[in-house]
Design a protein around this ligand. Structure first.
Ligand code: FA5
Length: 345
């Protein structure tokens, strides 16, 4: 009687356990179930311990029943675990095949304008120039006034300006987005005595309609050298060398007069693009920079002794150089963020 009822007890426990097992939905549920029935203090262990309380004649049969109950519960636990794992979105469902080849990653690359800035800066650092940077939000004082472009000077028309919408006590707007990198000439010379040899890469902004060769924001590289005995020949020699380093030994360079209020004399430098690409001898001159000897008024304004020191300065349009180097016919491509274009560099 007792044997039967005990076996019946085990059967009841197993049935209850299996019903509960079926209703588990997550691996966390399953773990609770495992602890309750198969854990170190679980029901199966308690049944096993109770064997010693039984008369010795009943022990073998009871022990066998407990063991087979335990095996059944363990097998069903594994089945249920598989079932839940394949349904449970929170749990990893696949094992990792470590022998599979890796997924290739797409390597990024530097933006073509960044690459061009680096190439240009390298050409000048190899000639002893230092690289510095300056603010894009600039004062009228540095962008115009100290560069010999006072208020109402007609040269301001050439730099269509984006002003910061904040007035001073005179009702004037003293701040702007720099229209060129030339204000860094002043900021440097105010702080540093000659000799000065620096290049300043950076973004500039102009209130302009865009077309294939004009952006409203673009990059320039300013150059400045001030020392005793610097002449226009040094300016030409330095810029020739720069053109050769960037475009190759055979490139033809041309200087023509130009006007900027902060240099005297002023010049523009062009390169003959066909001197590298065309064998017919036809010329194709493209302006790449403005330059000149630093105006004595500018040197005087920063407190340099103009009897002792002279200097030259230049401002290179980076996008124009990149367009020439890569044969790009529309400047707007640089800033459209089209990966098909950018991926080529
Ligand atoms: C200037 O900005 C002077 N600060 C350059 C300078 C520096 C002269 C030092 C003398 C001494 P300019 O406005 O010409 O000059 O611009 C210089 C170069 O920037 C141009 O040769 C051209 O290559 C480029 N550039 C000018 N406007 C644009 C534009 N809207 N989009 C793209 N590039 C431009």
């Amino acid at each position: 009687m007792k044997k039967n009822s005990t076996a019946q007890n085990i059967e009841e426990i197993v049935n209850k356990a299996l019903t509960e097992l079926k209703s588990t939905k997550t691996l966390a549920d399953l773990d609770k179930w495992r602890i309750q029935y198969l854990g170190r203090k679980g029901l199966v262990v308690q049944l096993k311990r109770s064997i010693s309380d039984l008369p010795s004649a009943e022990r073998p049969q009871f022990g066998q029943a407990v063991n087979s109950a335990s095996t059944e519960l363990e097998t069903k636990l594994i089945d249920q675990q598989r079932k839940i794992s394949s349904n449970d979105k929170n749990e990893p469902t696949e094992s990792i095949d470590v022998t599979l080849p890796g997924v290739p990653t797409n390597n990024g690359s530097l933006h073509p304008i960044t690459q061009t800035i680096r190439d240009i800066c390298e050409a000048f650092t190899s000639m002893g120039f230092e690289i510095i940077e300056g603010p894009e939000v600039e004062l009228d004082y540095y962008n115009f006034q100290m560069l010999n472009i006072p208020k109402h000077h007609p040269a301001r028309d050439g730099f269509n300006t984006l002003w910061i919408d904040q007035e001073d006590s005179n009702g004037e707007k003293p701040m702007l987005l720099r229209t060129h990198t030339s204000p860094m000439q002043i900021r440097t010379m105010e702080k540093q005595d000659p000799p000065v040899r620096l290049v300043v890469p950076g973004k500039v902004y102009r209130y302009e309609a865009t077309d294939a060769s004009h952006e409203w924001h673009f990059s320039q590289i300013e150059g400045l050298a001030v020392d005793k005995g610097i002449t226009f020949a040094n300016l030409k020699g330095t810029l020739y060398e720069f053109a050769r380093k960037l475009f190759g030994e055979d490139v033809r360079v041309r200087f023509r007069c130009d006007y900027f209020p902060f240099v005297e004399p002023g010049a523009e430098m062009s390169i003959d693009w066909n001197s590298r690409t065309n064998e017919t001898g036809e010329e194709n001159w493209i302006e790449i920079l403005g330059a000149g000897m630093v105006h004595p008024k500018v040197l005087h304004a920063v407190g340099y002794d103009t009897d002792k020191y002279t200097g030259f300065a230049f401002g290179i349009g980076v996008e124009r150089i990149a367009m020439l180097k890569h044969g790009i016919d529309d400047i707007r491509l640089f800033y459209n963020n089209d990966i098909r274009f950018l991926g080529q560099f």
